[in-house]
Design a protein around this ligand. Structure first.
Ligand code: APR
Length: 315
């Protein structure tokens, strides 16, 4: 049986760490592509990772390259190319630079891996995934963004720390855009099956949600030279696994919503079923009044960001 082919575009912190998680879990053979200032960097990282395989016990091939020829006919393409945030920057400050980079990546991927499921990670996420769709002209079910798994993982981590319980027992969902307007869903948060509101006060829950919302900025302010990568990469690898193993995971991702949730043709974080075809279903929940108001606000922020991007790219 042919192993899955996973190409990761951008071999920086998030890309290389995603390659690491994917190879170690034997999700498939990994191609790590970068257009770096120093040509051999992706080859060096890939060879180093491959040399860990006898110790870690995995048989995935890992190849580093600067040529899309090596990515031909990938089953999954992960896009992490672009610049990362520095302290004081919002994700939106990356818009102009990363929109150009993602456009060029989309052109190449459309030519070389026309049947791939594509997972965007570059920020500002909700706009970058829209840009990839515009340029590649892929069906929207095969282009999606990684944000919700990470945001929800941050929220789950903080809840587990607060309650002194295993992270495995915390089940949760956050929706909306990947930014300060993301939407908490306490009605979809439980610990060992117990609804969260029976374990924590509204005030404490609101504080934890707020920390999760600003989870990326907290890491940027600590690292000072870039943004988070272990958790973003782990979240991406979970999505890759769902596709290559056709797992039908029900997880939050940035998916193209048209009629769904009344969004009208934008990417926004919603619960989906993720399998070998990409977004196999968008799960539509009935939101309560507060959730709906928060969701609408988040969608408006995404629309503003996309409008700013479209203006930049047209000019
Ligand atoms: N094609 C391929 N690779 C590119 C291109 C391009 N056109 N342009 C830039 N790159 C590469 C850079 O050479 C660099 O190695 O993308 C890589 C980005 O790596 P880092 O600077 O380490 O950034 P990282 O932390 O990995 O974040 C990448 O993911 O989470 C988001 O906000 C984050 O937008 C950022 C992206």
């Amino acid at each position: 049986m042919r192993r899955a082919k996973i190409s990761i575009i951008g071999a920086g912190n998030v890309g290389a760490t995603t390659a690491h998680w994917c190879a170690a879990a034997e999700l498939g053979d990994v191609v790590l592509l970068d257009i770096p200032a120093t040509e051999d960097m992706p080859k060096g990282k890939a060879l180093d990772l491959r040399q860990s395989s006898p110790i870690m016990g995995f048989d995935s091939a890992v190849v580093g390259t600067t040529s899309y020829d090596d990515t031909v006919d990938s089953d999954v393409v992960v896009v992490t190319a672009g610049i990362a945030r520095k302290p004081g920057m919002s994700r939106d400050d990356l818009l102009a630079t990363n929109a150009k980079i993602v456009s060029s990546v989309a052109e190449q991927v459309a030519k070389t891996s026309p049947n791939a499921v594509v997972i965007l990670v570059s920020n500002p996420l909700d706009a970058m995934v829209q840009r990839f769709l515009q340029v590649s002209k892929f069906p929207s079910c095969r282009v999606l963004g990684q944000a919700g798994v990470l945001d929800t993982a941050r929220y789950r981590t903080f809840l587990a720390m607060e309650l002194g319980v295993s992270v495995e027992d915390v089940s949760a969902l956050l929706m909306g855009g990947h930014g300060d307007t993301m939407v908490p869903m306490p009605s979809c948060t439980s610990v060992g099956g117990i609804p969260i509101r029976r374990l924590l006060s509204e005030e404490r829950l609101a504080e934890i949600v707020d920390r999760a919302r600003k989870g990326g900025a907290e890491i940027v302010s600590l690292l000072k030279t870039g943004s988070a990568y272990y958790a973003p990469a782990a979240a991406t690898a979970q999505m890759v696994e769902a596709v290559v193993k056709d797992k039908k995971r029900l997880i939050p991702c940035a998916a193209y919503c048209d009629k769904e949730y009344g969004v009208g043709g934008y990417y926004v974080g919603v619960p989906i079923i993720l399998g070998s075809g990409g977004v196999e279903k968008i799960v539509e929940l009935k939101l309560d009044e507060q959730e709906q108001a928060d969701f609408n606000k988040s969608v408006d922020a995404v629309k503003e960001l996309v409008a700013a991007m479209d203006k930049l790219m047209a000019g």
